[in-house]
Design a protein around this ligand. Sequence first.
Ligand code: PGA
Length: 275
Amino acid sequence: MGQCGYNLIHPIIINNAKETQHKLMSNIPIIAGNWKMHGLSDALSTALLIDEPARLSLAKTVIFPPATLLDRLSQTLKAIDSPIEVGGQNCRSELSGAYTGGISAEMLKDAGATRVLVGHSERRHGLKEACELVAKKTLGALRAGLSPMICIGETLEEREAGQTQAVLTRHLSDSLPDALAGKDFQVAYEPVWAIGTGHIPTDSQIVEAMSLIRANLKARFKTGPMPHILYGGSVKPDNAAQLLSLEGVDGLLVGGASLLAKDFTKIIEAAGRDA
Ligand code: PGA
């Protein structure tokens, strides 16, 4: 895997004691699958198929299923003592209230989630969620004891206008509350133009973004564990190993290719085997 810019010494929350011994070690990549609005009951079998590769992998494997599957997926994985973690794809910032259709971070946790995605571009751009709302949701996640994975990334127009650095800097300063200091969280760099398009940035564009994000986080969160920084956007079985080899890439956030067990298995395997 790529050389992590920090010593990643933060404990990744896992239940299985045997796995814990191996996976509390530093430099453990995270391979996360975001199923988005895909998956009925039969999708549970996909998770069962990736249990074995997840056990063998050096990486920590996470699935973000649709909310309707969270509880069942979590129970199914628990029943086989799987090291795979599950997380929510979104949450509201409030604890509870008259928010029809809303799901709080506490509800996700109650359903078995250990993590939650916030600020995914399909919500930032598709649903016009601003950085300030992402920051509130992040606070909600922390309140519930979930580890937030905060997504940031520039659009194609912003990149072409030379605004990538400014956008990433703004996303980091406005979407990440100070309360994250000392907490377990991750940042996922997902260029909007790479999501679901088959286009990925050049290696140097990714390394540059990772380095900017890392420097920003390092300057801001001086104490406590340093977060993983993941790359996301058109990750596939045939580019996963190369992406993971890039300096500063601590893991991958995978959309489409996490829906098929055989593809996601190859991506998990690209992280290398647990010794
Ligand atoms: P993709 O999606 O892998 O299908 O490009 C990534 C994401 O949206 O997290």
